[in-house]
Design a protein around this ligand. Structure first.
Ligand code: HDD
Length: 727
């Protein structure tokens, strides 16, 4: 019997095996309720006999105050919402494990980073930043990538983003930044969008944000999937080893599926067709056993080399180029279990960059320093009590022993009379831990200086790394970035803001500034004149950055064009078919694609089963009207004369051609099966197959292989201009 289950549901077995090993999941078991086979009860455990009618004075009379069952149910309902996160409100989470492959013992004493082979349970939450809880996943935005490591030395949180830099250099500007990007306060418009006056007003006055703006306007801000994003700790943190030596460290997550994005036009359409696109994608991949994986890496810089760079390691608007300090891959992060309950786990999880373990410490990055206050503070208003650490998802796998007590919703029952230290009545317990017993000791960093409200001169270079990013992009990426700026600035109603921003772009790249200026009605020539709004040469003493060249001309790691493109694992391929489809061809291609890990979804004129020419019956998951090509990575227009004819009948023709034309526009791979020439001819496809490697015909040699290669390649961005502007 067990053997049969193994064969029929491999992914479940994998999940079960993981749960057995994962200490955090085992601990969560104590809190999980399964209603299967159970009777309805009140919160006091009393069985309910009638859940349909309230208690009344006569069948048609008023309800009675004494109806405690009604009162309990309505009261709980009235209070079931909590404040959403002030930023990162929209998100999705999953459980998983971090496995260490290479010891960092030389650099840190953190046990989860020193014992090779060690598996540490994690919970990860991905998010957008600006939108409310119910907003679309596909907004142009930074993505949060927050990881809670449940280590045996306590919880370690790496509260990261999918971009390695930040908008501002000092936390004191964070409320201003967030107020500027959130919907405008008078009319609460727009939702989950930075394309509005207040955001660009603020940005155009904050030159330090220019590097981040390059990232935000790039395709990194519209990922194909949470599973295809990088994660960055942003700040320099510190590693401390057992000798007390310290290194600066930057953290990186690199997705094994590569870093991929969608087209902006596609993003806006997905927002309508499936606003839960990323949430669904993560959930379904894990349910299907296609567990998302990332390489976890570090850039290490000995403390004595702190001043070796032409930027300040404490400045969160700077990266350390991988050409200067390579990323060492040390382990693998795998997400392998969906939460059982969204609210209890994903909504209530509480991250904090100040949740540390011995061997990791902060740097003096002023953005990080401010974050250390903000996160606990926000949990107090969001989760309502200083006991939020007792919510099951937030609990350490270690038992907590301290003298903190009481407060709303206290769960732990601490025995004895003593809640102070030192004490003799409790035998002195709980004792302080010595360093060798895992007691946390902050790095004994020497700090001296005047108390000043000031910014370091070493932070005054706002353009060189923005240039580095722009220079490192492929041509299609540059065009996307230009178009994003044009889109965003076109929504800005105040000409002076558009002008100021174009003025900033001039310091980054003249061509970029001119292309954008032209489309948003700004006269670049006038801007640069002596009385224009751009100073000819700024003075760094006033904290105005000069235009400066980057120390290296470009960096490969910054362009998605250089990402992994060798797998079609978990890619969703739409099989477009109608009655009379060529069963053999479909089955053959399906099994080849599935062998490579792709997911096949059948789309037909309706949800009625499709009868193939060889008697096979296919069950469509979607109809041509219930979905759209934007929800797929690639299309196969299934072979078969009869099916092709039916796809072009008056009922289906518009839907079929829209599918093909949109996939073409968005640079996707499209495979035309046998006898589907008429669909190809009637579509907008303008490039010949030999010119465009992602349009494949059944008559070609090695067609299946070519299709698999084209899907793995993600998109043919290099043909985007031609695909969208046929000669
Ligand atoms: Fe933050 C949430 C990441 C700067 C204040 N932040 C939050 C989340 C992520 C980040 C991923 C969502 C966590 C979750 O899923 O629950 N934040 C960053 C990064 C930053 C950053 C990478 C810069 C490098 N944040 C930042 C600053 C402040 C905050 C400078 C305030 C001074 N962040 C918060 C917060 C949030 C938050 C208000 C909202 C909800 C929460 O903390 O739990 O405290």
């Amino acid at each position: 019997m067990v053997f049969v289950i193994c064969i029929s549901n491999n992914s479940n077995i994998m999940k079960e095996n993981n749960s057995h090993k994962n200490v955090k999941l085992q601990k969560l078991q104590d809190h999980i309720t399964d209603n299967e086979g159970e009777k309805l009860s009140t919160n006091q455990g009393l069985r309910i006999n009638n859940n349909q009618d309230s208690l009344k004075s006569g069948e048609r009379g008023p309800s009675l105050l004494e109806d405690f069952i009604l009162r309990e149910k309505i009261t709980h309902f009235d209070h079931e919402r909590i404040p959403e996160r002030i930023v990162h409100a929209r998100g999705s989470g999953a459980h998983g494990v971090f496995k260490l492959n290479q010891s960092l013992e030389k650099y840190t004493k953190a046990k989860f980073l020193t014992e090779v082979g060690k598996e540490t349970p994690v919970f990860v939450r991905f998010s957008t930043v600006a939108g409310f809880r119910g907003s679309t996943d596909l907004a142009r935005d930074v993505r949060g990538f927050a990881v809670k490591f449940y280590t045996e030395e306590g919880n370690y949180d790496l509260v990261a983003n999918n971009m390695p830099v930040f908008f501002i250099q000092d936390a004191i500007k964070f409320p201003d930044l967030v107020h500027a990007v959130k919907p405008e306060p008078d009319n609460e418009i727009p939702q989950a969008a930075s394309a509005h006056d207040t955001f660009w007003d603020f940005i155009s006055l904050m030159p330090e944000s220019m590097h981040m703006i390059m990232w935000l306007m790039s395709d990194r801000a519209i990922p194909r999937s949470y599973r295809m994003m990088e994660g960055f700790g942003v700040h320099s943190f510190k590693f401390i080893n057992s000798e007390g030596d310290s290194h600066f460290v930057k953290f990186h997550f690199k997705p094994k599926l590569g870093v991929h994005s969608v087209a902006w036009d596609e993003a806006t359409k997905i927002s309508g067709k499936d606003p839960d696109f990323h949430r669904r994608d993560l959930w379904e991949a894990i349910e299907n056993g296609a567990f998302p994986e990332w390489d976890f890496g570090v850039q290490l810089i000995p403390e004595e080399n702190e001043n070796d760079f032409d930027f300040d390691l404490l400045d969160p608007t700077k990266i350390v180029p991988e050409e200067l300090v390579p990323v060492q891959i040390i382990g693998t992060l795998t997400l392998n279990k969906n939460p059982d309950n969204f609210f209890a786990e994903t909504e209530q999880v509480a991250f904090h960059p100040g949740h540390l373990v011995p061997g990791i410490d902060f740097s003096n990055d002023p953005l990080l320093q401010g974050r250390l206050f903000s996160y606990t503070d926000t949990q107090l208003s969001r989760l309502g009590s200083p006991n939020f650490h007792e919510i099951p998802i937030n609990r350490s796998i270690n038992t907590v022993h301290n003298n903190q007590r009481d407060g709303h919703m206290r769960q732990q029952i601490v025995k004895g009379k003593v809640s102070y230290e030192p004490n003799s009545i409790g035998g002195g317990c709980p004792f302080q831990a010595m360093m060798k017993e895992g007691g946390f000791v902050s790095q004994a960093e020497r700090v001296d200086g005047h108390k000043v409200r000031a910014r370091s001169q070493s932070f005054v270079d706002h353009y060189s790394q923005a240039k580095l990013f722009y220079n490192s992009q492929s041509e299609p990426e540059k065009v996307h970035l230009q178009n994003a700026l044009i889109f965003e600035l076109s929504k800005v109603t105040i000409p002076a803001i558009r002008e100021r921003l174009v003025g900033q772009l001039l310091f980054i790249n003249k061509e970029l500034a001119s292309v954008v200026a032209k489309k948003v009605g700004v006269d670049v020539i006038k801007l640069k004149q002596p009385n224009g709004s751009i100073p000819a040469d700024a003075d760094p003493k006033t904290l105005q950055s000069k235009e400066r060249e980057p120390s290296i001309p470009s960096s490969e790691a910054l362009s998605m064009a250089n990402t992994i493109k060798d797998t079609i694992k978990s890619r969703i391929i739409g099989f477009i078919m109608e009655q009379g489809v060529n069963g053999k061809e479909v089955n053959q291609l399906q099994s080849k694609l599935e062998k490579e890990g792709a997911v096949i979804q059948i789309v037909s004129g309706s949800l009625a089963p499709v009868n193939a020419d060889d008697g096979t019956v296919f069950e469509p998951k979607h109809s041509l009207t219930s979905t759209a090509s934007v929800c797929f990575d690639a299309l196969y227009i299934c072979g078969g004369k009869e099916s092709a004819k039916n796809l072009l009948n008056p009922e289906n023709k518009a839907g079929t051609l829209l599918f093909v034309n949109e996939a073409y526009k968005h640079c996707k791979a499209i495979y035309f099966g046998s006898d589907t020439d008429q669909i190809y001819i009637e579509s907008n496809i303008s490039l010949k197959q030999h010119e465009d490697s992602a349009i494949i015909h059944a008559t070609e040699k090695n067609n299946d292989k070519l299709f698999i290669k084209a899907v793995a390649n993600h998109r043919v961005w290099e043909f985007e201009q031609q695909r969208n502007n046929p000669a």
